[in-house]
Design a protein around this ligand. Sequence first.
Ligand code: PLP
Length: 224
Amino acid sequence: MSIKNEIERIKATLTPEAKLIAVSKTKPIEMLQEAYDAGQRLFGENKALEMRDKHLALPDDIKWHFIGHLQTNKIKYIIDYVTLIHSIDSLNLLKEVNKEAAKKNRVVDCLLQFHIASEDTKFGLSMDEAEDLLQSEEYKAMANVRIVGVMGMATFTSDVQQVRSEFASLKGIFTSLKEKYFSEMPAFAEISMGMSDDYPIALEEGSTLVRVGSAIFGARNYNI
Ligand SMILES: *Cc1c(COP(=O)(O)O)cnc(C)c1O
């Protein structure tokens, strides 16, 4: 079971609109290089400094996706090269990303992260919070960020029906935001959902970005 085989196996299951993000957090450079050599170009990390170090060590044509909770004082470590920030969960965070992106003359693509799981430990906005953000004058004045879709994580459960309905609810959120705020913006097209244990369900429910880690690189060991 090699990294290459796993990537090819997962890619073969993707729908035409979906892409695979290889979630390489905690994994060493050599394993990312192996995935790169197998043709993988989209990588996901959840720690800003770790992503910065890996970005410096690996080829320039990698697209780096930031998928974790982002602290405002760490934005500077990712802002020059990040392709997509999946985890915008407050107006304040978006404001800080906008400010740092302006310093680098970039427009940085972002997703609004929604709380769709039943656990209360997972970060994310409610629909009301998202609408407050999108209707705020502060958001409307931001020239250096572009919201291109939504992200969410399902409950960690073996109840497939629950997971499916949480993904369906994220798709519903995407559709209503698209109609109400982004109907003139074709770039608002991304639904980031699905991880190693649930990406097949996420694909059936309309995911465009699956974030898969352990199914490609093996289980993570946080004690090393
Ligand atoms: C770690 C992580 C993943 C990948 O998890 P696996 O279960 O290893 O596939 C996906 N999304 C986010 C936000 C993560 O933090």
